[in-house]
Design a protein around this ligand. Sequence first.
Ligand code: SIN
Ligand code: FE
Length: 304
Amino acid sequence: MSLDLIEPLSIDSWNPVLDTAAQSAAIDTAAQDAAIDALEAGKVLYLPRLRFDVQAAERRFLSTQWSDGKSKNIYLRGRERVLRGTVGSAEDQAALAAMIERFGSNAQSLVSALFPCYVPHLQFGNTSFRPFEIEGRPPKSFRKDDTRLHSDAFPSNPTAGARLLRVFTNVNAQGRPRVWRVGEPFGDMAARILPRARRQWPGEAALLHALHVTKKRRSQFDHFMLELHDRTKADLDYQRDMPQQRVEFPPGSTWIVFSDQVLHAVLSGAMMMEQTWMLPVAALRHPERAPLRVLESMVGRALI
Ligand code: SIN
Ligand code: FE
């Protein structure tokens, strides 16, 4: 079966102005509506000509040498904005943090222009720089293996139903694309995998929280999202046979997804920037398409 999950957008500026005149840096309300509908339907919004401007003095950062060797990403965490995952002099670290921060503000102005109705509800999360080549890097476990298709769910960070919105930009300087696979719609995956999911044990959420395994109590929704994530990754027949599409994102291109919804896997590529936000379900135009609502309608009860 063939899929068409890629929705191209011709915008080539991080700050497109709202304008009805057909300028390359402009966006109108019809384009905003189409972008929101496509995003919430589980498509990948693809901006083939939106590049991140790595300045001449920053090109040296497009290397794995700044990694601390423990964390796979170098990142600014959520609101605290402290640089993590890196080694280097205070001066180098400040310059690297400034580059990553600039990507975060570019991404924020882009989503503000594209999805103005989300803006009051967006919670700005981590901004990461991902220097390592994906291909040939053995993962620590199948759960951490992002070369297998999955929808995002994090063991220690329950979202209580909030969406994970992500903007990615390939900054590879050697012409190397970021190669992804994207898979069948979330509801199709859930219909297949949810019947195999283990139910949460009584007291499990409280125990995991008390043991600091989770930062907040893991809701039933978060429990099921982790089950779907793990069981999708574990099922190699499903990985091979599910309807899927290979996509190449060349350097100088940007893409936007709800990564809790779009089944995705990364096959190869190195040097990418990424920004994450959380977004409450109530802020969506089509809340019934959110994983929370899809799973609740399948099990027939509230999961939060
Ligand atoms: C992922 O979110 O699974 C990884 C995406 C990437 O690093 O390209
Ligand atoms: Fe992922």
